[in-house]
Design a protein around this ligand. Sequence first.
Ligand SMILES: [Zn+2]
Length: 216
Amino acid sequence: MLETICETLVEAYKRNWITSRDGNVSIRHHDRDHFYITPSGVRKQTLQPDQFKKIGIEKGYYGQPPRPYHSAIELPYTDISEKLKPSGELPLHFGLQKMMGQHWQDVRVVVHLHPTYCIAAMHAGIDLSTISAAFPELNRYTKVAPNVGDVPPISEELGDECHKNLKLDKEGNIAYDIVGIKGHGVVAIDTSPWRAFEHIERLEHICQIVLASGKY
Ligand SMILES: [Zn+2]
């Protein structure tokens, strides 16, 4: 599926949803205690599966009574990936991958992109969660979380705010499929790269329609 992720990023680039080095994706299979994430600073048009970073999910305990915690550790993968760093949005992905919630018997893919009309709509003051009610072709398939406000990119805060608005719980369950980050982009989650991509595509299409109508 790493190859499929590369294909979705080429498509995202063609659609002007990212510039060359933007965007990041992670993928975890439920029976593995590691996941793969796109490397930092690599052109997405030429991204290859052997450039991904492999991140281990280490479980430990602290306090009395002991409470579990998870930490991320870089694992060796390929010679090429050895020289690369994981995406700066690793905290965002790690929070969503360490426990898989409703995807515990499946695969979880987390996709972060910068789709034009979603960002334009948020810039215009639209909360993406409010527009979905008027568009059944969106809300039938995609649950949209309330926007995250202005937070710095590549920060713990960005991860925390996205997790909060997706209603991520201790078991990794999430209540929404996609969340917008004002002035920045969106994060979508599903069981395959293309399914996550489609949440973004659907929301992007509706945002384009809403903005074209001028009524918001
Ligand atoms: Zn971004």
